[in-house]
Design a binder for this molecule. Structure first.
Ligand code: C2E
Ligand code: CA
Ligand code: CA
Length: 249
């Protein structure tokens, strides 16, 4: 099943979207973390049908919210295996059309290691998906051997700073400078930056000072089942309809 974690606009202090994250409730072992089952799903290639299922679930959820006037982009994590599908862009397009979802409400998170596996093929497939209007986000930036060259060659829409990069950098002056330089570089490329693993008010203040507009982390919310947001959406709808009634009185 899926859980959803909000992305927050720290500058305007408002919701900016969600990331969908997989969970597995095993009948015998209980809740298994994705760190354990995703590598196995990748090895067995079952990650491909699983991701297609996630894409459809997320698209349906997003469409439902859009109909209720609560349009929010939701992101889906891709694994390198997805790019083994020759017709990947077509499959994404098929799901979008089936659900009737505006492509800009779907975001796909990729990592640079996925691209490194086969730069030309993956870049070409990403370009096709991006042409559909889907948002492409570079996840875990700063976690591995982040190649600046990659940013030059691969068309992406969002840069997502890895949670360990934020955590380790925020602790030292030198680290903070590197992180701030990364944010400035992204800005000069017109790329919005989102920091993940934002846990404390200090992290938020640091991001605000550094010009990073978006954040995701326990400081705002842990990933939670969709029902929690369903409740919040209906509550805010009730509130706004009550406010409208008051206006008319
Ligand atoms: P990720 O894409 O980097 O996801 C962010 C992870 O950081 C999530 O762990 C999330 O719960 C956690 N996180 C968020 N905010 C905070 C925070 O403030 N502090 C800390 N300590 N952690 C935070 P999760 O859900 O366990 O997912 C782990 C990884 O599993 C994900 O990393 C992603 O690589 C993979 N994964 C999860 N769902 C999917 C999926 O649908 N498809 C694929 N291919 N991979 C997935
Ligand atoms: Ca992610
Ligand atoms: Ca990440």
């Amino acid at each position: 099943f899926l859980v959803y974690q909000p992305k927050w606009n720290v500058r305007d202090d408002c919701l900016a979207g969600f990331e969908a994250l997989l969970r597995w409730n095993h009948p015998q072992f209980g809740l298994v973390s994705p760190g354990e089952f995703i590598p196995i799903a990748e090895k067995t290639r079952s990650i491909i049908p699983l991701t297609l299922w996630v894409l459809e679930e997320v698209s349906n959820q997003s469409k439902l919210w859009q109909k209720r006037g609560f349009a929010q982009p939701i992101s889906v994590n891709f694994s390198a295996r997805m790019f083994e599908l020759e017709d990947l862009a077509k499959q994404v397009q098929f799901i979008l059309q089936k659900v009737g979802l505006d492509p800009c409400l779907l975001e796909i998170e990729i990592t640079e290691t996925m691209i490194l596996e086969d730069v030309e093929r993956v870049t070409a497939q990403l370009e096709k998906i991006r042409k559909l209007g889907v948002i492409i986000s570079m996840d875990d930036f700063g976690s591995g051997y982040s190649s600046l060259n990659m940013l030059k060659d691969v068309a992406i829409d969002v840069l997502k700073i890895d949670l360990n990069f934020l955590r380790n950098s925020a602790q030292s002056e030198r680290g903070q400078k590197i992180l701030q330089a990364t944010i400035r570089m992204a800005q000069s490329l017109d790329l919005p930056v989102i920091a993940e693993g934002v846990e404390t008010r200090e992290h938020v203040d640091f991001l605000l000072r550094s010009g990073c507009m978006f954040a995701q982390g326990y400081c705002y919310s842990k990933p939670v089942p969709i029902e929690e947001y369903e409740r919040k959406v209906s509550e805010s709808q009730i509130k706004s309809s009550k406010a409208k009634k008051q206006e008319h009185l």
